[in-house]
Write a protein that binds this ligand. Structure first.
Ligand code: PEP
Ligand code: MN
Length: 352
């Protein structure tokens, strides 16, 4: 239950993991109150989220209930003691949300991609001390995410958080939005002072993936979750596939393995660097395999044309060129020689 929970203090100290939950879209008074009632029974849920204005991909979809939904949010807060949070995309949303006493705002992934929109929002928030969470832009661009945070800071906002919700991708993937965990970790490295939480619903896109994504988020040290819930998920007007009931949210949270000790930022930075090394090693292996296959083609050619396999002059030239290049890149001469001798030996063996 969120009673007595202070989001500003949480942004400063982040002592406990928090859950922000509620429907993708506020649809009716009954739907919101029933969902909020269920959520108020879960300790970790401190904030009730609800989309009032929905950024939809296609124009014929439900675009949100609008202003009347803000009254229901206020009622839910009074009844169940949860803080309330909604998405703002234009200054008019900010004005209305604040007028109805919404406690926390978030800026959505589709808005964060546009610096003009973010600046307009920042200007409309000047002088307010409302906490604002910035979702990552749909494109995997950490500077764009950071830029949005800086625009809010430029407008004097003091309570800012970030929400990782995954990234659009054209590739086949089980996720609705690819998590690309290295990007929120990079944001943390650049800005240790900004708390990052994970929106597992928009990363997953499907209920079955929520558990796995939540556990990974915990393992990399997320400070909180945003999770969409609905009293009747299958009937939801938006994002039905990824919403769960508050009862299932409780089961999901109970099934997670919470670490004794939270992962600190230094450890995350190290993990990120290791991931980078793993990717580079992968690329190296792919390139070596590609090189060997070209070598084999050369082997066939030499056989057909009865050319000797080892062409000493060419090899000397190649090695000298690689050593010079390696040294100019700051590599050790002996190491470059060793690496290419091993590769060359293997190439020659493949040409017999
Ligand atoms: C949402 O939280 O309902 C939403 C629209 O999110 P996003 O901006 O991450 O797509
Ligand atoms: Mn949604």
């Amino acid at each position: 239950m969120g009673e007595g929970f202070d989001i500003r203090k949480w942004i400063e100290n982040r002592k406990e993991l928090i859950v922000i939950s509620g429907p993708c879209s506020v649809e009716s008074r009954e739907q919101l109150l029933e969902t909020a009632a269920g959520l108020s029974k879960i300790d970790k849920v401190k904030v009730l989220r609800g989309g009032i204005w929905k950024p939809r991909t296609r124009p014929d979809a439900f675009e949100g209930i609008g202003e009347v939904g803000l009254q229901w949010m206020r009622e839910a807060k009074q009844r169940y003691g949860l803080l309330t949070m909604t998405e703002v995309a234009v200054p008019e949303h900010v004005e209305l949300a604040l007028r109805y006493g919404i406690d926390i705002l978030w800026i959505g992934a589709r808005t964060v991609v546009n610096p003009f929109s973010v600046q307009e929002l920042a200007d409309s928030l000047r002088g307010c001390d409302v906490p604002v969470f910035v979702k990552n832009p749909i494109a995997p661009d950490v500077k764009l995410w950071l830029g949005a945070i800086e625009r809010l800071e430029g407008a004097g906002l003091k309570y800012i958080g970030a929400i990782h919700r995954g990234f659009s991708s054209y590739d086949e993937s089980p996720y609705r939005n690819a998590p690309l965990w290295e990007i929120p970790i990079e944001l943390l490295r650049l800005r240790r002072d900004i708390p990052v939480i994970t929106d597992i619903s928009h990363i997953s896109g499907h209920r079955e993936l929520l558990q796995e994504v939540a556990q990974t988020a915990l393992d990399i040290g997320t400070l909180g979750f945003m999770i969409e819930t609905h009293c009747n998920p299958d009937q939801a007007l938006t994002d039905a596939d990824q919403q769960i009931t508050p009862q299932d949210l409780k089961k999901l949270l109970d099934s997670l393995m919470f670490r004794q000790k939270s992962v600190d930022t230094d450890e995350l930075v190290l993990q990120n660097l290791r991931r980078e090394i793993d990717n580079i090693d992968d690329e190296l292996l792919n390139l070596i395999a590609k090189r060997m296959s070209v070598s084999e083609q050369i082997g066939h050619f030499k056989k057909e044309h009865k050319v000797t396999i080892l062409q000493m002059d060419r090899w000397k030239q190649v090695l000298e060129h690689h050593i010079n290049k390696g040294v100019s890149l700051g590599l050790n001469e002996e190491s470059v020689r060793d690496i290419f001798e091993i590769i060359h030996k293997d190439s020659i063996n493949r040409q017999f």
